[in-house]
Design a protein around this ligand. Structure first.
Ligand code: C2E
Ligand code: CA
Ligand code: CA
Length: 737
């Protein structure tokens, strides 16, 4: 998904770039033509204006010449030569002419502002033209005195109707330079005033040629026009507009006719100017585009960043454990099957649980506790191999998926991990003693995650129960046992209510007389799904969950009920022994409750015997002593069950006043063989028990040999299959008779 969306994004980006480039190119071109068109119009307008300016400037000079002519005409017949010459001189200075002079029609000499030898034929030519045209402007001339380029402007002089001469002024051609600049068209532009034969009369800038055609000839091809055509247009006074190339540079040429002397105004400018302008606009546009693009790009990136940030946040909330930064169980749920496949379906799912982590938290504070979890998480992660996985499930509980070779290797690895964690955490604080257990499920084929978790969990529970072994492997039998236990646990309350727990009685016989002298109450569970369930399958469970407290009292009540019934029916009554779990010893209500039940049925206390197992008595002798004393005070007799199954100390027998000692069936199991050590031990034990005046009951008597031997050494009562199995109350009543 991520890769696809990235591709799409990239493609989109490319499309945008291409689109924008095309847009910019198109815009560039469009702007270019627009600017060129605009520039062209500009050139035409500017040139026309320049033509007008030039015309005005020339006419203004002509008017000055005309005005001077009027003054000169008034002073005819020009007797005061000196005065006139001074006037002319002043006018030259004042009007910045090159020279000013009067050429009389008579043979008199010309009067000049700047006296010099002006060629007589030249004077005659000017005179004739002035008289002919009244006023005229000449083509460019060379001032014979100063050698400057000048225009000759002349006006005819009359005395009344009679022509008397001409006034002429020499005006430097440079004078029109200002009028001919095309300043707004760039520094490299120029305006030229030419005659129709191409001779340059004057120009805005000095040009290094006399005739434009010679230059244009050099340019060779004039775009779209041959030189001849251009010439024809100019000669006919038509407007021209074209482009040409000269010295590798494109130029624009525009011309229109001037109303003076058939002159023609040509504006020439390099197209660079237009290109520059186009480029400037294009660059500005491009810059603007780039700015907008970058702005959008930045905005897009920011939004992407924001999105990926929020995605990351979401991911973290869903898949990352905030405390340790490692993955959490959700992540493992998602990745489990893929990782398992990568490990060839051969792996170990391991649950690690710290022991007494609460103590660390309580004693050293949460901060230390958290640090311990972080270190542990870090070590687990650091030691992972490819495709392995670790996550923190909750609190001090970690789940690992590890490659699996064999149990030996895994055991070594887990041991190493635990010792690393332990060492690392001790370095935080010498008081931190981390300990933990591992539950391992060996995976050998594809399994769903929840099942693997369940099984590793069972192994973990097992590890917690077995203090000596901190690594436990999942065992199918163990699972079945636990499943069964759960079923029993779910059904026990209901079973008690509907009478599924049944009392059985196993008679005890007097070795000497063979008479039945008592019985032991044993419970059976008539489970409606599973038939009769033996106590060994549920008593340990009920001791763990506390239900045994209720069940024992229920059995006691059954016993009391039957004892009361036998009494009412006038039947024989024998003492019945009831088994009581170790759990009652810690319960202060035990003796009062028991007394209450027995009294409820008005059963004499000496008919009820309490059986406590040897292991209970050994584990808390003082408590046991109090209870035994309390029971004696109420008149109940007390038996020590399973003597010889554990580490019975004979001292116990002395300190606790048992009425009866029951020899465990294991204890007497070897005594059927003649001369065996077992016989000697049993004989010794019986002798000693007799010495403290306790009754000896031999349990689990199965054979005649056993019976004979036990009778011989002085055991008082026998209980075992040899005599009778535990029987129903009904059957027991028959035996009583
Ligand atoms: P226990 O108190 O040692 O009970 C004697 C067990 O030995 C009984 O097993 C009985 O059936 C069996 N037994 C008797 N004679 C022989 C024999 O000749 N050979 C062999 N192999 N076994 C013999 P059961 O009834 O299965 O009870 C097992 C244990 O469950 C009892 O051992 C007792 O510790 C406990 N238990 C039974 N009923 C109760 C009860 O109501 N409350 C408590 N707290 N525990 C009970
Ligand atoms: Ca017993
Ligand atoms: Ca026993």
């Amino acid at each position: 998904m991520k890769r696809i969306s990235l591709m799409v994004l990239l493609a989109l980006f490319l499309v945008v770039i291409v689109g924008m480039s095309a847009g910019v190119a198109f815009y560039w071109h469009y702007i270019g033509t627009l600017i060129e068109r605009d520039a062209t119009a500009n050139v035409i307008a500017e040139t026309s204006e320049t033509a007008e300016n030039f015309r005005r400037a020339v006419e203004a000079d002509q008017r000055v010449v005309d005005t001077i002519a009027l003054t000169v005409q008034a002073s005819y017949p020009w007797n005061e030569t000196e005065k006139l010459e001074r006037f002319l001189h002043l006018q030259v200075k004042y009007n910045e002419f090159e020279n000013l002079g009067i050429i009389p029609l008579s043979d008199e000499n010309a009067m000049l502002a700047r006296p010099d030898s002006l060629d007589e034929s030249w004077q005659k030519d000017v005179l004739i033209r002035a008289l002919d045209q009244d006023t005229f402007v000449s083509a460019r001339q060379q001032d014979p005195t100063s050698n400057k380029s000048v225009f000759v402007q002349a006006a005819s002089l009359h005395d009344g109707m009679t022509p008397v001469g001409a006034l002429f002024a020499l005006i430097p051609t440079e004078r029109y330079r200002a009028a001919l600049t095309l300043s707004s068209l760039g520094d490299n532009s120029n305006a030229l005033v030419i005659a129709r034969d191409g001779t340059v009369e004057t120009s805005g800038r000095t040009v290094p040629f006399d005739n434009v055609y010679t230059v244009l000839e050099r340019a060779g091809f004039v775009k779209g026009h041959s030189l001849a055509r251009l010439r024809m247009h100019i000669e006919q006074g038509e407007k021209v507009f074209m482009r040409y190339q000269l010295d590798g540079q494109y130029r624009l040429l525009y011309g229109e006719a001037l109303p003076i002397n058939d002159w023609y105004l040509l504006a020439v400018l390099p197209t660079d100017f237009i290109q520059e302008q186009t480029q400037r606009v294009a660059w500005i546009t491009f810059g603007l585009f780039m700015f907008i693009f970058l702005l959008f790009g930045a905005l897009g990136l920011y939004m992407l960043g924001l999105r990926s940030y929020s995605n990351r946040q979401l991911f973290n909330t869903a898949f990352v454990d905030p405390l340790t930064g490692s993955d959490n169980l959700n992540r493992m749920t998602v990745l489990f099957s893929r990782r398992l496949q990568a490990l060839n379906n051969h792996a170990a799912l391991v649950i690690f649980d710290m022991l007494k982590f609460k103590v660390i938290n309580d004693m050293l504070g949460f901060e230390r506790g958290n640090l311990v979890l972080k270190r542990a998480s870090h070590i687990f992660r650091e030691k992972l191999m490819p495709n392995e996985f670790v996550c923190r499930n909750f609190a001090d509980n970690f789940v690992l998926l590890l490659a699996f070779e064999d149990r030996h290797e895994l055991r070594a690895r887990l041991t190493k991990l635990l010792s690393l964690i332990r060492r690392d955490c001790t370095s935080i604080d010498s008081c931190v003693m981390v300990d933990g257990v591992f539950g391992v499920y060996e995976i050998t084929q594809e399994v769903p995650f929840y099942m693997a978790m369940d099984r590793a969990h069972l192994a973990l529970e097992n590890a917690k129960r077995t203090p000596k072994e901190f690594i436990q492997f999942y065992d199918e039998k163990e699972r079945l046992r636990i499943v069964q236990e759960r079923q029993l646990e779910n059904a026990m309350e209901q079973a008690l209510a509907d009478g599924s727990f049944v009392l059985m009685l196993q008679p005890k016989y007097d070795f000497q007389t063979g008479k039945m002298e008592g019985a032991e109450a044993l419970v059976r569970w008539n489970h409606n799904g599973r038939g009769v369930v033996r106590p060994d399958d549920f008593i340990p469970l009920f001791e763990r969950n506390g239900f045994i407290l209720k069940l024992d009292m229920f059995i006691l009540e059954q016993v009391a009920k039957h004892l009361a019934k036998w009494q009412q029916e006038g039947k024989r009554q024998v003492p019945i022994a009831v088994n009581f779990s170790r759990l009652h010893l810690n319960d202060s209500r035990y003796i009062p409750q028991m007394t209450h039940i027995v009294d409820n049925y008005k059963v004499p206390h000496h008919l009820v015997e309490v059986e406590l197992t040897e292991s209970v008595i050994l584990s808390n002798r003082e408590l046991a002593q109090n209870v035994v004393r309390g029971l004696h005070n109420k008149g109940f007799s007390v038996a020590m069950d399973d003597f010889g199954s554990g580490y019975s100390s004979l001292n116990v027998l002395k300190s606790l006043q048992f009425d009866t000692i029951k020899l465990d069936k294991e204890f007497i199991s070897g005594c059927e063989q003649q001369n065996s050590t077992a016989r000697k031990v049993v004989r010794g034990a019986v002798e000693m028990i007799k010495s403290i005046d306790a009754t000896v009951v031999a349990e689990g008597v199965e054979t005649e040999e056993q019976m004979k031997f036990l009778r011989e050494i002085g055991c008082d009562l026998a209980q075992g299959y040899y005599f009778s199995r535990p029987v129903t109350v009904e059957d027991f009543e028959k035996l009583l008779k």
